[in-house]
Ligand binder design. Structure first.
Ligand SMILES: CCCCCCCCCCCCCCCC(=O)SCCNC(=O)CCNC(=O)[C@H](O)C(C)(C)COP(=O)(O)OP(=O)(O)OC[C@H]1O[C@@H](n2cnc3c(N)ncnc32)[C@H](O)[C@@H]1OP(=O)(O)O
Length: 222
């Protein structure tokens, strides 16, 4: 099965304007999620809020895509993936992460994980650590110059990771043909890693080894 990217000829300026407005709605929805989890208001107030939230969802549903957002690109090389589960600018379920890459095959990100990402009491859910690690490792393997997919991800959970500020780091360890091995970690900034990861990322046999000459490039694909 091939992975299809959608060519949509929207000028970059308009994409960026839309992304800005959408991101700010997403931040507000994330805040709503946190407020919902932690709210202690009375039941009838919860009920009143539910009615208002349903009305807001109906307004957004007035014009909808027929399915998921996909990954789109224009002929200026701008791409956008607003539904992505980790870096989608329109996805309030995605943790609020911005990944920074350097030209030497390394990447890092710092973010704060709140109540929506809890697993053990007060701690980050192990699946959320895996989600974040998979994305930063996949982006590192790809370097936004080739399509890579997770083949095998091995995680070692060394110590519980408290909710709050976290730092992720990833770098390419080695590569051979279509196989790229990436090492990564997540932990409290300045402390030993809570979770260490090794991943084998594969350039699928149906994809080119190098797509940097393709008509689209990075925003934060996944
Ligand atoms: C400008 C352009 C930019 C474009 C791009 C931007 C992207 C920017 C960032 C992306 C960031 C994403 C971050 C999230 C990443 C996900 O979440 S990806 C979703 C999760 N992963 C999947 O769904 C993958 C599902 N699996 C598959 O589709 C296929 O099995 C694969 C992985 C593509 C491999 O299929 P294939 O290419 O047909 O390879 P195949 O011939 O079976 O095997 C080739 C070799 O790899 C080995 N191999 C195959 N599968 C595995 C495996 N799972 N584990 C270990 N070894 C394996 C084989 O043993 C074989 O080895 P050799 O015999 O050659 O030594």
């Amino acid at each position: 099965m091939t992975i299809a990217f959608i060519h949509e000829e929207i000028p970059t300026e308009q994409v960026e304007q839309r992304e800005k407005v959408l991101s700010s709605l997403t931040d507000a929805v994330r805040d709503l999620v946190d407020a919902t989890i932690r709210s202690t208001v009375a039941d009838d107030e919860l009920d009143a809020v539910r009615a208002e939230v349903e009305a807001l969802a109906a307004r957004l549903r007035a014009a909808q895509l027929p399915g998921p957002a996909g990954v789109r690109y224009n002929s200026e090389g701008r791409s956008w993936n607003w539904g992505n589960a980790v870096v989608g600018r329109g996805n309030a379920v995605a943790p609020p992460v911005d990944i920074t890459h350097d030209e030497f095959g390394s990447a890092y990100a710092e973010l704060t994980l709140g109540a929506a990402y809890e697993g053990p009491p007060g701690m980050v859910h192990g699946g959320v650590s895996a989600l974040l690690l998979d994305q930063i490792m996949g982006e590192t393997a790809s370097g936004f110059k080739r399509l890579t997919m997770t083949g095998t991800l091995t995680l070692r959970y060394r110590r519980p990771l408290p909710l709050g500020p976290v730092r992720l780091e990833a770098q390419i360890d080695r590569e051979s043909g279509r196989k790229i091995t990436v090492e990564a970690r997540i932990g409290v900034p300045g402390e030993d890693a809570a979770v260490e990861a090794t991943g084998l990322f594969l350039i699928p046999s149906w994809a080119p080894l190098d797509e940097s000459a393709a008509s689209w490039s990075r925003s934060a694909e996944g």
